[in-house]
Design a protein around this ligand. Structure first.
Ligand SMILES: C=C(O[C@@H]1C=C(C(=O)O)C=C[C@H]1O)C(=O)O
Length: 284
């Protein structure tokens, strides 16, 4: 029995709920004793914050593990990652978009979402495929709204992007996840559980796997709650969580991560020599 508490971070967006909701109370009867027998009650302390803050938490040691931007794996040595639950896209993902104020051929300046790390790197390393080669990237200070930066285009992630895409369907946009699939024939892994160096994650791994199974089964509940709170259409939210967001990419995980690392590394956006190790899923 592991007595210590694991400090866990996750994103504040709808996209994270299928992976993190059941971690809030792992000893809830619904989580089942098989996954929880190796950890004590209260073993998980879950906080939610935007990805750029979660990255800081991993770096300063205030978090042990976080569902966070995949690019961080290749920005500091010593991380490990759970080879299981991920937030990925295999085609369009309505919550990660590059919105355009002018025709793409005329885009010279792009404001990045200050909450993002991975999608920000993705649009920079896919600039040729997106048709924005030579554009200048800026990150608004202090978490400011990238739409307010006055640039030719802005990148947005999370629930605010989802709202823009579903409530303002006439906004011109490019879908980076879709372009990644065309360019590489691989899914794009936005986020995964990254483990800080020195953390013994093994006893907790079944909890993360179990949380995903329970979370996927609860997608209709998350859709219902989000539709009620946001006023966004249920059918679109169902498509978003149920089809666009992919929570398991199987054997594509390693090649998807390595391809992103190499492309981003070639642009100086991460260290392409880093090879973080996977923590394998438990065998049944
Ligand atoms: C699909 C998404 O994936 C995310 C994108 C991230 C990033 O760009 O750094 C980090 C975590 C995820 O929340 C989203 O937020 O909409």
């Amino acid at each position: 029995m592991v007595a210590r508490t694991l400090r866990v971070g996750s994103v504040p967006y709808l996209v994270g709920r299928p992976l993190d909701a059941a971690l809030d109370d792992p000893h809830d009867a619904r989580t089942g004793s098989d996954a929880t027998e190796s950890v004590s009650p209260g073993a998980i302390d879950l906080v939610r914050a935007v990805p750029s803050r979660l990255v800081e938490g991993l770096r300063d040691g205030s978090l042990d593990v976080a569902l966070v931007s995949s690019i961080e794996l290749f920005r500091r040595p010593g991380y490990r990652y759970l080879a299981g639950p991920v937030v990925a896209g295999r085609g369009p993902v309505s919550s990660v978009r590059l919105y355009l104020r002018r025709p793409v051929a005329e885009v010279r300046s792009i404001a990045l979402d200050p909450a993002s790390r991975t999608s920000a790197a993705l649009v920079q390393c896919l600039d040729r495929e997106l048709g924005i080669e030579g554009a200048r990237f800026v990150e608004p200070d202090g978490g400011a709204d990238p739409r307010g930066a006055g640039t030719d285009a802005w990148l947005r992630i999370g629930d605010a992007a989802l709202r823009e895409s579903l409530a303002e369907p006439d906004l011109e946009h490019i879908d980076p996840s879709e372009r990644w699939l065309s360019a590489t024939a691989l899914p794009f892994v936005f986020a995964l559980w990254i483990v800080r160096p020195g953390v013994e994650i093994e006893p907790f791994v079944p909890l993360f796997e179990r949380a995903r199974s329970l979370g996927l089964a609860a997608v209709p509940t998350f859709v219902e709650r989000h539709a009620r709170a946001s006023g966004l259409p249920r059918a679109a939210l169902e498509r978003y969580l149920g089809t666009e967001c992919v929570y398991d990419v199987g054997g594509d995980l390693a090649p998807a991560l390595t391809t992103f690392r190499d492309r981003a590394g070639a642009r100086g956006l991460c260290d392409a020599t880093l090879c973080p190790s996977a923590v394998d899923r438990p065998t049944a």
